[in-house]
Write a protein that binds this ligand. Structure first.
Ligand code: HEC
Length: 169
């Protein structure tokens, strides 16, 4: 039943023509940029709720929180590597920084949160991932379509070869 509904929605979408994407979506660099950019931490222990605030403030300095929230990275070891890599980036990006203590709190939060949402909640998380990848494919297609449109305009505006005459629109 769900499948029929999904197919109907897709068909209806196709009939309506191009999907509308926000500027934010069109700028996405990874599929995980397209997912939610906040976590409902209200059911988390008080400590992880406090750590979430540090994570939210620190890890949104260069990209949205959607990136770490929806990426498949889930283990403490992997998060450690990524946080170190992000810390290195702050050295070359003006007006960004985070302390060793912040890094420790963020690591604890991401390990806890990943275990809840990505490991224990694997089924839902994987389903969401499939959706985001499909959305990303459509965003890439739209980006290509717009680029082609711009190229087309440039070709039209350029002088005809050998004549120096620019065709009038
Ligand atoms: C100084 C800017 C900056 C800050 C601060 C920052 N990031 Fe990033 N992040 C980047 C850039 C740039 C990329 C693009 C991929 C790359 O260059 O590795 C990225 C990519 C990522 C990715 C995707 C990596 C991949 O290759 O799939 C994750 C996950 C991530 N960041 C998590 C975080 C977390 C967690 C924090 C907070 C500790 C954080 N970022 C803080 C700049 C930053």
């Amino acid at each position: 039943m769900k499948r029929i509904l999904a197919a109907t929605v897709l068909l209806a979408g196709a009939a309506w023509g191009a999907e509308n994407f926000s500027d934010e979506q069109l700028k996405a660099r990874f599929y995980y940029d397209l997912g939610v950019s906040q976590v409902d931490a209200s059911s988390y222990p008080k400590m992880q709720q406090e750590e979430y605030a540090v994570f939210a403030k620190t890890c949104s300095q260069c990209h949205t929180l959607a990136r770490p929230i929806n990426a498949s990275i889930a283990t403490k070891e992997d998060w450690k590597r990524y946080i170190t890599r992000m810390h290195l980036k702050t050295k070359t990006t003006p007006n960004t920084s985070f302390s060793k203590e912040d890094a420790r709190l963020i690591l604890d939060f991401l390990t806890y949160d990943s275990n809840i949402r990505k490991v224990k909640g694997k089924k839902d998380f994987d389903a969401k991932t499939v959706e985001l990848k499909s959305l990303f494919d459509r965003v890439l297609a739209e980006r290509t379509r717009r680029q082609n449109e711009r190229d087309q305009k440039k070709v039209k505006a350029a002088p005809m070869p050998g004549t120096g005459v620019t065709p009038q629109p």
